[in-house]
Write a protein that binds this ligand. Structure first.
Ligand SMILES: O=C(O)CCC(=O)C(=O)O
Length: 298
């Protein structure tokens, strides 16, 4: 998904930026916890509560996500579904994440591009994606982790391409600051081993205090601060998915051998005030919850 970042001169809205910086400046975990409790109660009163079907597996997943900030969810798509998705995107236009003027298709990737993203319009019309994002399994995990009916606040499909040197910001350790409480479900649409840029997460860092000024950190700094044993490297075949609270320290490693295609679904308490949203028309047959999908589909 391409969202307009809230920066002066690019759809800058003072009300949005106030709410964005308000959630950024409260970095104390206990104080954030109090705010989350209040806010989710407000959403519960307005939107009701649906805890979904309970199961021992879901309880374990939820406990792991709370404790570690990461939990493997297994195969969320079959191989056939991943092929359907790749076939659908074969002729769709990608945009360079770092230069919006550079547009291309997957069979003609310019040498300069590290990360290429599909448009929200194309993602919304893609087979299987909205069905997964709105599946009972993921929505109930989201509702229980966030504590109220969630909002899908990002939906993205991104290629990462191997490059001989350098890396993008997303390929360097960082923390996100999207909302008061949120997490992402990342699903590999190609097989991902050590050379295809696996996601790397520093266990438990979602529970630690984020610095007021967010910054990138080198691999050596992270090794020194946490030690290698704290790194979780998510590798798996196409279809493999995991949930990750990206308020913790993470990166998508820069691929060295092969390209990686990944779906990203973000569930949050509110909208992310870092973005201006432009929901897209949806012509499919799924009975989508309007509140959950309001930022994605018109
Ligand atoms: O590509 C990845 O594995 C990580 C993406 C990421 O860092 C982010 O969405 O903030």
């Amino acid at each position: 998904m391409r969202y307009a970042r809230l920066t002066p001169g690019h759809g800058f809205k003072p009300s949005n930026s106030f709410l964005y910086y308000l959630q950024r400046i409260i970095v104390s975990p206990p104080l954030r916890g109090v705010c989350v409790k209040l806010f989710r109660q407000w959403v519960r009163v307005r939107q009701g509560v649906n805890n979904g079907r309970q199961s021992a597996l879901r309880d374990q997943q939820l406990a792991a996500l709370h404790a570690e900030g990461y939990v493997a969810l297994g195969a969320l798509f079959s191989r056939e579904q991943c092929e359907d998705i790749q076939r659908y995107f074969a002729d769709k236009v990608l945009t360079d994440r770092h230069d919006e003027r550079t547009r291309f298709t997957i069979d003609a990737v310019p040498d300069t591009v590290r990360l290429g993203e599909y448009s929200l319009r194309d993602i919304v019309a893609c087979p299987h994606i909205l069905a997964l994002a709105n599946s009972e399994t993921l929505l109930s995990l989201a509702e229980r982790y966030i504590g109220c009916k969630p909002t899908i606040s990002q939906l993205g499909v991104r290629w990462s391409f191997p490059k001989p040197d350098g890396r993008s910001d997303l390929q360097t350790f960082h923390r996100d600051s999207e909302d008061w409480r949120y997490f992402k479900v990342l699903v590999y649409l190609t097989d991902v081993g050590p050379g295809e840029g696996p996601h790397v997460y520093v266990r438990g860092t979602h529970r630690t205090r984020a610095p007021l000024r967010l910054h990138l950190q080198s691999d050596a700094e992270i090794d020194g601060m946490y030690g290698r044993d704290m790194l979780i490297t998510a590798m798996g075949e196409r279809g493999f998915g995991f949930a990750v609270d990206t308020a913790g320290v993470h990166k998508g490693a820069a691929p060295s051998a092969g390209r990686r295609l990944m779906l990203q679904i973000q569930y949050s308490l509110f909208r992310s005030y870092a973005y201006l949203y432009q929901p897209e028309p949806y012509h499919g047959a799924l009975p989508l919850d309007r509140y959950i999908n309001r930022l994605i589909v018109a």
